[in-house]
Write a protein that binds this ligand. Structure first.
Ligand SMILES: C[S@@+](CC[C@H](N)C(=O)[O-])C[C@H]1O[C@@H](n2cnc3c(N)ncnc32)[C@H](O)[C@@H]1O
Length: 436
């Protein structure tokens, strides 16, 4: 992308469309959207409001990518080249495809998309084509949408293999699962019980004219998402941002003062902080990624809580001092198929075989951690996946392999976005090690 930066005003939709297209073109090459946006921002250094607009358009595009790509196939004779041009058309179509949800006037989007193309010398030649394609979409919208209605990728905005796998695993709920993954995610907070009650915090929110509603024992959902530093009490550690389903982990592990606890895949430390809010435990937070472990440290500093942070592989014991743990949290790496509403790019980047590969890795982690648990101790196995191979099948095989006793835990939680129930799709299995 060779933008003549002076050619576009940074507060224009054209500038945001071009920035979003740059990020979307990187996703098409296999880069995760957060990294793609970071690269885009590093390169063009947009002011804060433009960053927000670029991010918003790129995320919307990921949620409409199946539909946008199907429309582009109908509207063009061959895939538009270079990739930036394809991405720009996808972004523009994603903004106008749902007439009811339109964030911008359709003709503004068309005009601004043409302005954006003209400002980049790599794609400026296609100005006329972009104008023609988008205007044809507006003219023939109903007929084009009727044609894409035959194509499941366009209807659901997921790759075909993903739709088929969800149908197979959840023959009754598959449609609501796919729909939940296309909703904009809520901003859910965990109230730090050490500091104040949920009622006190709801009162504080209303004083700040920021309405919210309780959706879990410590969970409050804000009616309108805001940047974290504008959340009352966030910088002071009164609250943390955490999905309502993820907030079930720490209470399930049943921690008490004085226990030795291992959080084996800890970063960025959402569950670490919650465990420390519930009891005065001697907690080791382990993660194999030193950069991600820094985020655990920052989170704990904000909450004014302490843990021993270690860089290490949960699948090996070269970091372990040989002393057993009373409780272990194994929030293992997974495909993240249960949190696609927060990461809508995941569905386009994952491959069908990823679940099997990750299940092999997490099996090794679980087997290794089990040795580190004292008899009569408890291990909580967590994934944010919907694939049974990574979750229920893994848990069932683990229980048999180790004669572990399975205690009550919710199992597979399907993603839900309803009035009082609003959470991601997580899996929980709790194991008790026999006392001999
Ligand atoms: C699902 S995330 C954990 C989220 C975290 N528990 C929370 O609540 O904020 C999984 C984490 O596991 C880490 N990880 C992946 N493989 C690992 C391994 N072999 N050993 C330790 N950590 C690992 C990743 O770096 C990532 O931070």
């Amino acid at each position: 992308m060779t933008v003549h930066q002076h050619a576009l005003k940074t507060d224009s939709l054209a500038y945001a469309l071009l920035g979003a297209a740059y990020a979307v073109a990187l996703v098409r090459k296999g880069t995760a959207l957060p990294q793609a946006l970071a690269q885009t921002f590093a390169r063009f250094d947009p002011p804060a409001p433009a960053r927000g607009a670029i991010q918003d358009i790129a995320y919307r595009t990921m949620r409409r990518w199946g539909q946008a790509n199907a429309l582009l196939t109908l509207l063009t004779q061959k895939p538009p080249e270079p990739p930036l041009l394809h991405a720009l058309l996808s972004c523009a179509l994603s903004l106008i495809v749902d007439a009811d949800e339109a964030a911008y006037e359709t003709f503004t989007v068309v005009n601004q998309a043409v302005t954006a193309v003209a400002a980049d010398s790599d794609i400026a030649h296609a100005k006329g084509m972009v104008n023609a394609v988008l205007r044809r979409f507006l003219r023939e919208r109903n007929e084009l949408l009727r044609q894409t209605a035959e194509n499941p990728e366009a209807v659901w905005n997921y790759p075909r293999w993903w739709i088929d796998a969800i149908k197979t695993a959840y023959p009754r709920e598959w449609q609501s699962i796919l729909q939940a993954g296309n909703a904009a995610p809520p901003l859910t907070l965990r109230i730090n019980r050490r500091s104040l009650s949920v009622d006190d915090y709801l009162h504080k929110l209303s004083e700040n004219a920021m309405p919210g509603v309780q959706i879990g024992p410590d969970a409050v959902r804000l009616d309108q998402p805001v940047p974290v530093h504008r959340i009352p009490g966030f910088d002071q550690g009164l609250v943390s941002v955490q999905d309502a389903a993820a907030q079930l982990a720490a209470p399930l592990l049943d921690v008490h003062d004085g226990m030795r606890v291992l959080d084996a895949c800890a970063a960025p430390g959402g569950k670490t902080g919650h465990l420390l809010e519930l009891a005065d435990v001697d907690l080791t937070a382990l993660d194999h990624d030193p950069q991600r472990l820094v985020r655990v440290e920052q989170n704990l500093q904000r909450l004014k809580l302490q843990a021993t942070l270690k860089v290490g592989d949960a699948g090996s014991d070269n970091w372990w001092d040989g002393k057993h743990f009373d409780r272990i949290l194994a929030d293992v790496p997974c495909t993240a198929s249960g949190i696609v509403r927060r990461h809508p790019d995941i569905r386009w980047l994952r491959r069908k075989g990823d679940a099997a590969q990750l299940a092999t890795l997490s099996r090794q982690i679980l087997d290794n951690l089990w040795r580190m648990l004292r008899p009569d101790g408890k291990l909580l196995f967590v994934t944010c996946s919907l694939w049974p191979q990574e979750s229920e099948a893994q848990a069932a095989a683990f229980a048999v392999r180790h004669q572990a006793i399975r205690l009550f835990a919710p199992g597979q939680l399907l993603p839900k976005a309803e009035a009082g129930v609003d959470h991601d799709g997580l899996f929980y299995a709790l194991f008790h090690k026999p006392a001999n």
